[in-house]
Design a protein around this ligand. Sequence first.
Ligand code: C5P
Length: 227
Amino acid sequence: MELCVALDLPTKQENLELVEKIKKYDVWLKVGFRSYIRDGADFLKDIKKINPNFKIFLDLKLYDIPNTMADAAESIMGLGVDMFNVHASAGKRAMSGVMDRLKAYEKRPIVLAVTALTSFSEEEFKEVYENGIAQKADQFAKDAYESGLDGVVCSAFESASIKSVTRNEFMTLTPGIRPFGEDAGDQKRVADINYAQNAFVDFIVVGRPIYNSTNPKSIVKRIIEKL
Ligand code: C5P
């Protein structure tokens, strides 16, 4: 299991200070809406300047018509990131379109599909998708698997089932991780490291428990020791 640290801080400066503090650790860094919209591709270069071995997950959750998604995926290729994601609810045609477009490249990033956001409660999810989380997450995962993606974003609670309906090698990346039982914030379905390990999760994403702590470096160290 690998650790992915979410860089969701209010300024580029604060994000880079966090990266600097944890630069000796072999972790993934997740760049999402807040940071990418504000700081753009230069921010990715700044991260690599601190340590070129950091792997970057660009969490932009693409959702659009198939052609626009494939075009966006091609633009992402130019950024040199190691992983990005799309929404499974964009449909199989859109997901296959993205993978087809990337076939032209010798080396491509890992591509994941978002199933159910970890902030949804069961009731809130049903209001939008008219189905329970577990059932729909399995279906989204099968769609992503059949479309040639490498894995999905889900909560730790769906990970084992998703692997059983696809393959063990089909990756799961789970946000909503509170490594040592920290405050959940707006996340509804949170799990700790032990739970994620038992659910065969490949990547855990941890944001606030690291960047809101007074000593992010020591939390990262403690997490890595447990993985
Ligand atoms: O601070 P916290 O650990 O809750 O951060 C989780 C990160 O994972 C945030 O950047 C959030 O946008 C992202 N995320 C999520 N649920 C998903 C996909 C991404 O929480 N399904």
